[in-house]
Write a protein that binds this ligand. Structure first.
Ligand code: ZN
Length: 136
């Protein structure tokens, strides 16, 4: 998962903490980072969801700490790979994404058999987060 930077160097995909309005710390946000010029870019596949999350806090938020890997499935996939010391390569990301998608689909079956509409809606939202990376 590499991207070229405006300075000509290669940007690496990493997870970093983003601070919003000096108050809210959001850990494990997927970001492309350049070691040469220190430029950072939020990974396109999570940009919209991160924006929505920050939007909920407004411009004068109460201090808070959030783990983005717990609210966003794609960040969860990357965190899973890093915890196992696996490289953040497209092939590894695709493999874990498929595995996680299957886990969520299994849960969706359970939620469906229980008739739990709220849980079903949450699972569908999480499944959409995993497919969003391909749109980016
Ligand atoms: Zn650069």
């Amino acid at each position: 998962m590499l991207k070229s930077c405006a300075c000509g160097y290669t940007m690496k995909l990493i997870l970093r903490t983003v601070i919003h309005a000096h108050k809210v710390s959001i850990a494990n946000v997927p970001v492309y980072s350049c070691e040469n010029c220190s430029r950072n870019e939020v990974f396109p596949g999570v940009k919209e969801d991160l924006g929505r999350l920050i939007g909920r806090f407004g411009s004068k938020p109460e201090p808070d700490r959030i783990r983005f890997d717990e609210v966003h499935e794609l960040a969860g996939v990357l965190r899973h790979l890093l915890e196992r010391k696996l490289p953040l390569q497209a092939s590894e990301v695709a493999r874990r994404t498929e595995e996680r998608t299957n886990e969520l689909l299994d849960l969706l079956l359970v939620a469906d058999s229980l008739g739990d509409e709220k849980w079903k809606a949450e699972l569908k939202c999480r499944l959409a987060q995993l497919s969003a990376q391909y749109i980016a």
